[in-house]
Design a protein around this ligand. Structure first.
Ligand SMILES: Nc1ncnc2c1ncn2[C@@H]1O[C@H](COP(=O)(O)OP(=O)(O)OP(=O)(O)O)[C@@H](O)[C@H]1O
Length: 222
């Protein structure tokens, strides 16, 4: 569950990028965040992922106030939400599986368990057999899938992705979207920001559109 209550966001003393945003996303929804460049889509996802604080208002994730979470509760938020940013931030001096193992380092899992979780995450995104490749040796679509594997290895209940299909050809973009759809089918709440209206229309049932400071929430929610 994700809930925004009268959320405002500006950077520094700048204008409000988001003003008085209110919505609630139920577990298991698939939501598409759309809007022109610079409208605030990435900002919205960063607020949900706890990567940016709101300037005003309340943000609840699974019933917890994420904007007021004490430092000791932050790991809870990190595990609850898998975040895939526009720049995938992979480490190019490590293998694919080492990239996926990173988020598990703080969980205290035994090394053998961590390995098997990481392998399972790579399998889910169709990268079995590529564990030992360096990300640099992978295609753009494979790197996106690797970033998804790293985001899901902690078994989050919410996945948020910023333009995950940008710069991919149609086939690779569909393959990425199918990965998200499969997670969504097993109950993972999924939010994707994208410019690609046609692609999103065939996956998402609910669209949040941000345009010229206005917020439109079109719910065809399940
Ligand atoms: N860290 C920051 N500091 C100052 N301004 C920022 C920061 N991040 C974003 N902005 C500004 O906030 C506005 C919204 O940016 P945001 O990245 O959320 O838009 P977007 O809809 O995701 O755009 P795009 O589709 O181009 O990625 C822009 O005017 C941007 O310049």
């Amino acid at each position: 569950m994700i809930e925004f209550q009268h959320v405002f966001k500006s950077y520094g003393r700048g204008r409000n990028i988001l003003a008085d945003i209110n919505f609630r996303i139920e577990p298991g929804e698939f939501v598409f965040v759309s809007g022109p460049s610079g409208a605030g889509k990435s900002t919205l996802l960063k607020l949900i992922g706890g990567l940016e604080p709101p300037s005003r208002g309340a943000i609840l994730v699974n019933g917890h106030r994420s904007d007021r979470m004490p430092a000791r509760a932050r790991p809870y938020l990190r595990r609850a939400i898998g975040v895939i940013l526009q720049d995938v931030h992979l480490l190019y001096d490590r293998s694919a599986i080492q990239n996926v193992l990173l988020p598990l380092a703080v969980t205290g899992l035994a090394p053998a368990q961590a390995q098997s979780r990481a392998r399972a995450a790579l399998e889910k995104v169709g990268l079995s057999g590529k564990e030992d490749l360096n990300p640099i040796e992978m295609s753009g679509g494979e790197q996106q899938r690797l970033a998804i594997a790293r985001a899901i290895v902690n078994r989050p209940s919410i996945l948020i992705a910023d333009e995950p299909t940008a710069s991919l050809d149609d086939d690779s973009a569909r393959r990425i979207m199918d990965v998200f759809r499969d997670f969504n089918r097993v109950g993972v709440t999924t939010l994707i920001a994208s410019h690609d209206l046609a692609l999103m229309a065939s996956y998402a049932r609910r669209t949040m559109r941000i345009e010229a400071g206005r917020f439109h929430d079109t719910t065809g929610a399940p």
